[in-house]
Design a protein. Structure first.
Length: 228
């Protein structure tokens, strides 16, 4: 059953929002009150499933190699940094973290001239060094609040739908993966369920921009207007 109450986004962290050194891996910020909106995010792309995902999102009015990246941006989607070699950002030197983020930023900017404003390490793993370096590079380190757990070799579309929609509420960030055929099959049913629950899927930057302003979402979480 979907709840309409706001969600506490333990899944978003930014050194810019912290007044003291990071004490825990995840930094809590005040509640987001994005009415009726949830963010759909897809890790590990682009892949052969990217275009079908974009087409499905397009049919439902959502926004989702170089041509796939350009197509995603043309469709109004956010482009995120998932590290250069698909690793977590914990137990690494500052130089290693810089390479993982900066190399990916340079590659993606070279495709369309736009740089991602979000970074998500593999498995959501980061420490104070990873967070500090992401902040220095002016990126918002973003995790998730709902995991569809769609990466298992035998997971069914119906299971993905249940996992992705059972605990969703306004302000949720749903994590799925781009390259699993079962995720593509599950996506229409996920979007249908969100619609029945009165929730509208949006990009992550739109979710943050539409949340209750400054008193709730610190200024460092407000994405630049060009990225919305």
């Amino acid at each position: 059953m979907t709840r309409s109450a706001a969600v506490t986004p333990r899944f978003i962290a930014s050194g810019l929002a912290l007044g003291e050194p990071l004490k825990h891996a995840l930094a809590a910020v005040p509640e987001l009150y994005a009415q009726h909106e949830v963010a759909l995010t897809f890790d590990d792309g682009p892949s052969g499933s990217s275009m079908p995902i974009l087409q499905i999102l397009g049919r439902y009015g959502g926004s989702p190699g170089p041509e796939i990246v350009k197509a995603m941006l043309r469709a109004g989607g956010d482009l995120g940094n998932h590290t250069w070699t698909h690793i977590g950002l914990s137990k690494l030197s500052r130089q290693a973290v810089d390479h993982q983020i900066s190399a990916t930023q340079s590659l993606l900017k070279g495709i369309d001239g736009r740089s991602p404003i979000f970074v998500r390490p593999r498995g959501g793993k980061f420490d104070s060094v990873g967070l500090a370096e992401a902040t220095r590079l002016k990126l918002i380190l973003t995790l998730w609040s709902v995991d569809s757990y769609d990466t298992g070799p035998s997971v069914s579309p119906s299971t993905i739908v249940r996992r992705a929609t059972t605990d969703v509420r306004a302000g949720s960030i749903i994590d799925s993966h781009d390259h699993h055929p079962a995720t593509v099959l599950a996506l229409p049913a996920i979007l249908d369920q969100l619609r029945r629950d009165g929730l509208r899927p949006v990009t992550l930057s739109r979710l943050l921009a539409d949340s209750t302003p400054s008193s709730v979402v610190p200024p460092c979480f407000q994405p630049p207007s060009a990225a919305i």
